[in-house]
Design a protein around this ligand. Structure first.
Ligand code: SF4
Length: 448
């Protein structure tokens, strides 16, 4: 990464929608523009150039993107430029121009790094730009990146795209086939992050377990972890999105003996009934079960997270009952549920027995209610125990706002938080004793 210079030109504001993978793309956009001398502002509605980096993997995400774009269009002046990037232009292509004639440029998931040239064209030559190519790009450590997460942690994208073909998923179409970054390039970026004071790196990809397979490498993820552990300043390493099919059991061994790799596994199971998993194009449930058993056998205090999809075509009452029973049995620390979203261009779109919206919503509610009781119970078991906490937001006495941080068993932004009322500086780590459960998800902690 190169340092960002500010030459004081036009102002740019960016809205990043969707997941942390998209957030990194947004950070690369901001890095590039900062390097070119644009003034970056968080009040995006008043910026000369407004960029929206969109998400569109399910209809709810598309709706959110449309809403944000419409709101900006309603509030912006004709002199302000509007650029839409990411998954939505990749999916809808030029149709977005017809839907929103006020958009000045569209850039796909492999084109956003050319943002500076696109801005020059729209501003200087007053051209309307359409740049959506086949998804093949992945950034590297030579790109500037403006890290936007709190000072203690940063995401690190180790690969882009996906070569699995889950029958419901649009992501391979939006992001292309899986492509891993070279290990030394990831290490170089991690060292740069450590130099900036980042203590925790969170490794992400569509399928983190697959890292290196596209390069014909074996145990590439374990090798990466071993190298990351040696970086001075990096104290925590967290893994997200570990698809069960390619999971390397060596990771559990590394986690067990490492003082840096968080004892935390995020394994998207999606369902537990093999009839449904087969229709989804996912590995049988036993594969995930073996990982969970091995992980708990070796690391009893490990924190487990998963995601589910309910209401998949053909999911009958007995399939759902099994899912419910397994969730009760497996006792995940954290769990997210999506209702199945019927997406054109995916095999599941044509599957018979599509379920009504109300059934899907009802099943989601039932799972969430069950999981809330499990998460709350697990949080109660932590009362009186001490854990290191990274400070994400410092206590603000003037605004009467409590401080917020996270432990190894809480992934920032997706799991519950550790809340405190003492003055710790942002990005620091303190030993926090769990005093009580604030609500189902969050904990009150205090200095030991
Ligand atoms: S693993 Fe499946 S659900 Fe995840 S991005 Fe790839 S195709 Fe989509």
């Amino acid at each position: 990464m190169t340092p960002i210079k500010n030459k004081g030109k036009l102002t740019v504001g960016l809205v990043s929608l969707g997941c942390p993978k998209n957030l990194i793309d947004s950070e690369v956009i901001l890095g590039k523009l900062g390097e070119k001398g644009y003034i970056l502002t968080s009040s995006y509605l008043s910026a000369d150039i407004i960029i929206v980096n969109t998400c569109s993997f399910i209809s709810a995400a598309r709706e959110e993107s449309y809403e944000v774009i419409s709101r900006i269009i309603r509030n912006k002046s004709p002199h302000q430029k509007l650029i839409v990037c990411g998954c939505l232009p990749q999916l809808e292509k030029r149709k977005l121009f017809s839907k929103f004639p006020e958009i000045d440029a569209l850039l796909g998931t492999s084109d956003f790094h050319q943002i500076d040239k696109v801005i020059e064209k729209t501003i200087l030559k007053k051209e309307r730009v359409f740049s959506v190519s086949k998804p093949q790009f992945i950034y590297n450590s030579n790109f500037s990146r403006l890290v936007s997460t709190p000072p203690g942690y940063a995401y690190l994208k180790i690969a882009e795209g996906c070569s699995n073909r889950c029958s419901y998923c649009l992501i391979p179409r939006l992001r292309g086939s899986f492509r891993s970054r070279e290990i030394n390039d990831v290490i170089k970026e991690a060292k740069d992050l450590a130099t900036m004071g980042i203590k925790e790196v969170i490794l992400i990809a569509q399928d983190t377990s697959f890292y290196g397979n596209d390069r014909g490498e074996k145990n590439y993820l374990s090798s990466l972890l071993k190298k990351l552990e040696k970086i001075k300043g990096i104290e925590w390493i967290r893994l997200l999105y570990l698809h069960p099919l390619h999971f390397d059991f060596e990771i559990i061994k590394l986690m067990k003996y490492s003082s840096k790799i968080c004892r935390y596994l995020d394994i998207p199971v999606q369902h537990t009934h093999n009839d449904i998993l087969k229709l989804m194009g996912r590995p049988p449930f036993e594969k995930t079960l073996r990982i969970i058993e091995k992980a708990r056998e070796n690391i009893p205090e490990i924190s487990l997270r998963t995601t589910l999809i309910v209401g998949f075509p053909g999911e009958r009452e007995h399939h759902f009952k099994k899912l419910l029973k397994d969730i009760e049995k497996l006792q995940f620390d954290w769990l997210g549920v999506f209702t199945y979203s019927r997406e054109k261009g995916t095999p599941a779109y044509f599957m018979p027995s599509q379920l009504p919206h109300e059934v899907k919503e009802k099943r989601k509610k039932i799972i969430l209610k069950l999981q809330q009781s499990i998460t709350e119970k697990k949080n109660r078991e932590r009362i009186g125990k001490t854990y290191p906490v990274i400070v994400d937001i410092a206590l603000d006495i003037d605004l009467m706002k409590e401080g917020e941080g996270h432990t190894f068993f809480q992934a920032p932004e997706i799991d519950g938080k550790s809340v405190f009322k003492e003055p710790f500086s942002q990005g620091s780590i303190f030993q926090g004793k769990v005093k009580e459960v604030k609500n189902t998800f969050d904990l009150y902690v205090c200095r030991v």
